[in-house]
Design a protein around this ligand. Structure first.
Ligand code: ADP
Length: 162
């Protein structure tokens, strides 16, 4: 099934000049970017994005996470493809970079551990966000993009998936 998902290159990815490399991995897999914009969000908006983090991890991590997302511009994308939500999570790799497999974006470009982040009370800088489930993708796409900001077009890969 063709799905849409939200991908965000977080401030560390932008500041480390990794935008091109990250986008290339998505394009190389045949995924289609149907919307893209650079935004510098504030912590209030970041809280809307991480709507379930307080419940899952508590207040301290929510604060650190919203501060992390708001510390610089991010690149937000809507990406489309067959089972795009789970496929992109696979390309992105595990949440904690020390556990992310080589060949994944997080595994190849970062290495911080959860223990290190917790000990120093810093966010787990892991370069990229990708929606975890189709329901989350729907919520997140509506939060970040208007209908007019997403586009329908064909790529060479469509020949293989239609
Ligand atoms: P994912 O981004 O892989 O979907 P989660 O939704 O579980 O992962 O977590 C959201 C983000 O919170 C992670 O990407 C990471 O940046 C940060 N994070 C997760 N756990 C911790 C932690 N223990 N300490 C600090 N930051 C964390």
């Amino acid at each position: 099934m063709i799905e849409r998902t939200l991908v965000i290159i977080k401030p560390d990815g932008i500041q480390r000049s990794l935008m091109g490399k990250i986008i290339t991995r998505l394009e190389d897999a045949g995924l289609k970017i149907i919307g893209m914009k650079m935004r510098w969000v504030d912590e209030k908006f970041a809280e809307k994005h991480y709507f379930d983090v307080k419940e899952r991890y508590g207040d301290r991590i929510l604060k650190s996470l919203t501060g992390y997302l708001a510390k610089g511009p991010v690149l937000a994308m809507v990406v489309e493809g067959v089972q795009a939500v789970s496929i992109i999570r696979k390309i992105v790799g595990a949440t904690y970079p020390h556990e992310a497999a080589p060949g994944t974006i997080r595994g190849d470009f970062s290495h911080i551990s959860k223990d290190h982040a917790n000990k120093h009370e810093i966010p787990v800088s892991n370069l990229i966000h990708a929606s975890a489930k189709p329901e989350e993708a729907k919520y997140e796409i509506e939060l970040w993009f208007t209908k007019e900001e997403m586009h329908t077009y064909k790529t060479v890969h469509d020949v293989h998936v239609i």
